[in-house]
Design a protein around this ligand. Sequence first.
Ligand code: NAP
Length: 243
Amino acid sequence: MIFIKTVLITGASRGIGAKTAQAFAKEGYRVIINYNKSKAEAQTLADMLSKNYNTDCTAYGCDITDSKAVAEMFSEIGTVDVLINNAGISEQKLFTDISDEDWKRMMATNLDGVFYCCREALKGMIQEKNGSIINISSMWGEVGASCEVHYSASKAAVIGLTKALAKEVAPSNIRVNCITPGVIATDMMKGFDEETLESLKEETPLSRLGTPEDIANMTVFLASENAGFITGQILGVNGGFVI
Ligand code: NAP
């Protein structure tokens, strides 16, 4: 009997998450494509991947800031072998302009959502004594970004969560790792003008912006047996921006 592994990717309707879903479909995984607002995009992606890779890909709508909705999602999809906490939002604002609502929305999506999804996924993983969790943080969580203090703080917290959780669940054979992407060309960068993008490219030693595939490739590696001795690590995929 062939054992088919299941991966849940949060925020997989677009950008990094969508390419990550494709990379896992290619590996033959059953893929759960979580989305919040982009239902049509998620459904189209699920249909396309199911067809092209002859595997089971399902779109599942759930706002990860809602702990009850997250619990329902996991009770419907069952145990997952791999969880990728990718969903996230960003915002550029002067620190003194950040409102209570801005702060709470940022933390709810980028941190609380990771907490809720890890908590639910771990119930099945601990029982199975097997699992891999990959959190998508940001290089700004490592070094801090001006005018993105709430974003940087939320992503730094994900790094802390990764390290502590990795220690706690390692005895259950569950690995928890974190990727800190550099500047990746997705909708998230749409708010930046050409000049800013060009200077970010220049600041990147490899002289290009990253692609969603650059991050997707790392997630597939971290979920694989080849990464079986890697846990609690923060892996920069940033073209050398942070060394
Ligand atoms: P993106 O293109 O803006 O896509 C964001 C994804 O997150 C969408 O699929 C969106 O779903 C989902 N999402 C947002 N809020 C959600 C919620 N409450 N519940 C469920 N899903 C939600 O962003 P991206 O660039 O691919 O970023 C993916 C991750 O990489 C984020 O965590 C981001 O912080 C991180 N990252 C990105 C960069 C970069 O340069 N792009 C750099 C470092 C780190 P809907 O469209 O369905 O709402």
